[in-house]
Write a protein that binds this ligand. Structure first.
Ligand code: SF4
Length: 205
Protein backbone atom coordinates (compact mmCIF):
# COMPACT_ATOMS: atom_id res chain seq x y z
CA UNK A 1 0.00 0.00 0.00
CA UNK A 2 1.31 3.46 -0.87
CA UNK A 3 1.57 6.36 1.56
CA UNK A 4 -1.68 7.90 2.75
CA UNK A 5 0.02 11.24 2.07
CA UNK A 6 0.24 10.43 -1.65
CA UNK A 7 -2.55 12.73 -2.82
CA UNK A 8 -2.76 11.02 -6.19
CA UNK A 9 -3.21 7.62 -4.59
CA UNK A 10 -5.40 8.22 -1.54
CA UNK A 11 -8.46 9.95 -3.02
CA UNK A 12 -10.53 6.75 -3.26
CA UNK A 13 -9.56 5.63 0.23
CA UNK A 14 -11.71 7.22 2.97
CA UNK A 15 -9.56 5.87 5.80
CA UNK A 16 -6.48 7.47 4.24
CA UNK A 17 -8.34 10.76 3.88
CA UNK A 18 -9.33 10.66 7.58
CA UNK A 19 -5.64 10.31 8.48
CA UNK A 20 -4.72 13.23 6.20
CA UNK A 21 -7.58 15.24 7.73
CA UNK A 22 -6.20 14.58 11.21
CA UNK A 23 -2.77 15.77 10.08
CA UNK A 24 -4.31 18.97 8.65
CA UNK A 25 -6.28 19.64 11.86
CA UNK A 26 -3.27 19.05 14.10
CA UNK A 27 -1.23 21.43 11.91
CA UNK A 28 -4.00 24.03 12.17
CA UNK A 29 -4.07 23.69 15.95
CA UNK A 30 -0.29 23.92 16.17
CA UNK A 31 -0.26 27.06 13.97
CA UNK A 32 -2.85 28.75 16.22
CA UNK A 33 -0.83 27.77 19.27
CA UNK A 34 2.38 29.22 17.76
CA UNK A 35 0.62 32.52 17.09
CA UNK A 36 -0.51 32.65 20.71
CA UNK A 37 2.81 31.58 22.19
CA UNK A 38 4.98 34.06 20.31
CA UNK A 39 2.98 37.01 21.66
CA UNK A 40 4.09 36.01 25.16
CA UNK A 41 7.60 34.89 24.26
CA UNK A 42 6.73 31.30 25.21
CA UNK A 43 6.94 28.04 23.31
CA UNK A 44 3.68 26.29 22.31
CA UNK A 45 4.47 23.52 24.80
CA UNK A 46 4.94 26.08 27.59
CA UNK A 47 1.50 27.53 26.76
CA UNK A 48 -0.01 24.03 26.87
CA UNK A 49 1.63 23.33 30.23
CA UNK A 50 0.32 26.58 31.75
CA UNK A 51 -3.21 25.89 30.52
CA UNK A 52 -3.09 22.27 31.72
CA UNK A 53 -1.94 23.30 35.20
CA UNK A 54 -4.53 26.08 35.36
CA UNK A 55 -7.44 23.72 34.82
CA UNK A 56 -6.45 20.41 36.41
CA UNK A 57 -6.10 19.14 39.96
CA UNK A 58 -2.66 19.76 41.43
CA UNK A 59 -2.24 16.01 41.95
CA UNK A 60 -2.29 15.61 38.14
CA UNK A 61 0.46 18.20 37.72
CA UNK A 62 3.70 16.27 38.17
CA UNK A 63 6.36 16.33 35.44
CA UNK A 64 5.61 12.65 34.75
CA UNK A 65 1.85 13.18 34.38
CA UNK A 66 2.32 16.24 32.16
CA UNK A 67 4.80 14.36 29.96
CA UNK A 68 2.21 11.62 29.48
CA UNK A 69 -0.49 14.19 28.79
CA UNK A 70 1.44 15.72 25.90
CA UNK A 71 3.19 12.52 24.76
CA UNK A 72 6.70 13.92 25.18
CA UNK A 73 9.64 12.86 27.34
CA UNK A 74 10.04 13.92 30.97
CA UNK A 75 13.28 15.70 29.97
CA UNK A 76 11.33 17.84 27.48
CA UNK A 77 8.78 18.80 30.13
CA UNK A 78 11.51 19.45 32.70
CA UNK A 79 13.23 21.88 30.28
CA UNK A 80 9.97 23.73 29.57
CA UNK A 81 9.08 23.84 33.28
CA UNK A 82 12.54 25.20 34.16
CA UNK A 83 11.92 28.23 31.92
CA UNK A 84 8.42 28.74 33.37
CA UNK A 85 9.88 28.62 36.91
CA UNK A 86 12.58 31.13 35.93
CA UNK A 87 9.89 33.44 34.54
CA UNK A 88 8.03 33.09 37.85
CA UNK A 89 4.95 31.66 36.10
CA UNK A 90 4.99 28.36 38.05
CA UNK A 91 5.68 27.23 41.62
CA UNK A 92 7.03 23.91 42.85
CA UNK A 93 5.12 22.22 45.65
CA UNK A 94 6.95 19.41 47.35
CA UNK A 95 4.05 18.52 49.70
CA UNK A 96 4.31 15.11 51.34
CA UNK A 97 5.50 13.36 48.22
CA UNK A 98 9.20 12.65 48.61
CA UNK A 99 9.37 11.22 45.06
CA UNK A 100 8.99 14.55 43.33
CA UNK A 101 7.07 17.81 43.23
CA UNK A 102 3.78 19.04 41.91
CA UNK A 103 3.38 22.23 39.92
CA UNK A 104 0.95 25.09 40.45
CA UNK A 105 0.63 28.51 38.87
CA UNK A 106 2.26 31.44 40.63
CA UNK A 107 0.25 34.65 41.05
CA UNK A 108 1.93 35.98 37.86
CA UNK A 109 1.22 32.67 36.11
CA UNK A 110 -2.48 32.92 36.98
CA UNK A 111 -2.66 36.42 35.49
CA UNK A 112 -0.83 35.24 32.38
CA UNK A 113 -3.06 32.23 31.92
CA UNK A 114 -6.15 34.42 32.05
CA UNK A 115 -4.87 36.12 28.90
CA UNK A 116 -4.11 32.88 27.02
CA UNK A 117 -7.39 32.54 25.17
CA UNK A 118 -6.23 33.23 21.62
CA UNK A 119 -6.24 29.59 20.56
CA UNK A 120 -9.73 28.90 21.80
CA UNK A 121 -10.97 32.27 20.47
CA UNK A 122 -9.66 31.34 17.03
CA UNK A 123 -11.62 28.08 16.90
CA UNK A 124 -14.62 29.51 18.74
CA UNK A 125 -14.97 32.23 16.11
CA UNK A 126 -15.06 29.57 13.38
CA UNK A 127 -17.65 27.46 15.21
CA UNK A 128 -19.90 30.24 16.50
CA UNK A 129 -21.97 30.47 13.36
CA UNK A 130 -22.22 26.74 12.69
CA UNK A 131 -25.86 25.60 13.08
CA UNK A 132 -26.58 23.38 16.10
CA UNK A 133 -27.56 20.45 13.89
CA UNK A 134 -24.07 20.49 12.33
CA UNK A 135 -22.40 20.94 15.73
CA UNK A 136 -24.20 17.75 16.84
CA UNK A 137 -22.89 15.88 13.79
CA UNK A 138 -19.34 17.15 14.33
CA UNK A 139 -19.45 16.14 18.03
CA UNK A 140 -20.83 12.67 17.22
CA UNK A 141 -18.14 12.14 14.57
CA UNK A 142 -15.45 13.39 16.93
CA UNK A 143 -16.62 11.05 19.71
CA UNK A 144 -16.56 8.12 17.31
CA UNK A 145 -13.09 9.02 16.09
CA UNK A 146 -11.67 9.55 19.58
CA UNK A 147 -13.37 6.36 20.76
CA UNK A 148 -11.50 4.36 18.11
CA UNK A 149 -8.20 6.20 18.57
CA UNK A 150 -8.16 6.01 22.38
CA UNK A 151 -7.40 2.31 22.06
CA UNK A 152 -3.87 3.38 21.10
CA UNK A 153 -3.51 4.75 24.69
CA UNK A 154 -0.86 7.20 23.47
CA UNK A 155 -2.37 10.07 25.45
CA UNK A 156 -4.98 10.09 28.26
CA UNK A 157 -8.48 11.08 27.10
CA UNK A 158 -10.45 10.91 30.39
CA UNK A 159 -13.75 10.49 28.59
CA UNK A 160 -16.94 8.61 29.47
CA UNK A 161 -16.28 5.63 27.24
CA UNK A 162 -13.16 4.67 29.20
CA UNK A 163 -14.47 5.57 32.65
CA UNK A 164 -15.40 3.15 35.44
CA UNK A 165 -18.58 5.17 36.11
CA UNK A 166 -19.89 4.82 32.56
CA UNK A 167 -23.04 2.67 32.43
CA UNK A 168 -23.52 1.37 28.91
CA UNK A 169 -27.13 0.82 27.90
CA UNK A 170 -28.25 1.56 31.48
CA UNK A 171 -32.06 1.25 31.88
CA UNK A 172 -32.20 4.86 33.18
CA UNK A 173 -29.82 6.09 30.50
CA UNK A 174 -30.27 7.80 27.20
CA UNK A 175 -28.92 5.25 26.20
CA UNK A 176 -25.90 5.67 28.48
CA UNK A 177 -25.62 6.69 32.11
CA UNK A 178 -23.09 8.16 34.56
CA UNK A 179 -23.25 6.00 37.67
CA UNK A 180 -21.32 8.62 39.68
CA UNK A 181 -23.57 11.59 38.94
CA UNK A 182 -26.63 9.34 38.53
CA UNK A 183 -27.49 11.11 35.29
CA UNK A 184 -28.35 9.95 31.78
CA UNK A 185 -25.70 10.76 29.21
CA UNK A 186 -27.13 11.84 25.89
CA UNK A 187 -24.52 12.23 23.15
CA UNK A 188 -24.14 15.96 23.85
CA UNK A 189 -23.50 15.23 27.56
CA UNK A 190 -20.64 12.78 26.99
CA UNK A 191 -17.57 14.35 28.60
CA UNK A 192 -14.03 14.79 27.39
CA UNK A 193 -11.35 15.42 30.04
CA UNK A 194 -13.96 14.91 32.79
CA UNK A 195 -12.71 16.02 36.26
CA UNK A 196 -14.51 13.02 37.84
CA UNK A 197 -13.14 10.46 35.38
CA UNK A 198 -11.95 7.22 37.00
CA UNK A 199 -9.72 4.95 34.96
CA UNK A 200 -10.25 1.19 34.95
CA UNK A 201 -7.86 -0.62 37.28
CA UNK A 202 -5.27 -2.65 35.44
CA UNK A 203 -3.55 -5.75 36.75
CA UNK A 204 -0.42 -3.69 37.45
CA UNK A 205 -2.11 -0.59 38.98
S1 SF4 B 1 -17.56 10.40 35.82
FE1 SF4 B 1 -17.32 11.76 34.05
S2 SF4 B 1 -16.22 10.54 32.51
FE2 SF4 B 1 -17.05 9.13 34.07
S3 SF4 B 1 -19.02 8.47 33.18
FE3 SF4 B 1 -19.41 10.16 34.59
S4 SF4 B 1 -19.40 12.00 33.25
FE4 SF4 B 1 -18.43 10.34 32.10
Amino acid sequence: MGSVFDRNGHQANQRAKIIVGLERLSTLFRAALWEEAKQYNLSPLQVQILLFIAFHDTKQCSVTAIAREFAVTKATISDAVKVLLEKDLLKKNTGDDARGFLLTLSATGSKYTGKLSGVSDFFQASLDNVPQVEINKIWEGMLLLIGHLQETEIIPMRMCHNCRHFGKEHPGGNPHFCNLMQKPLAVENIRLDCPEHAAFQTATS
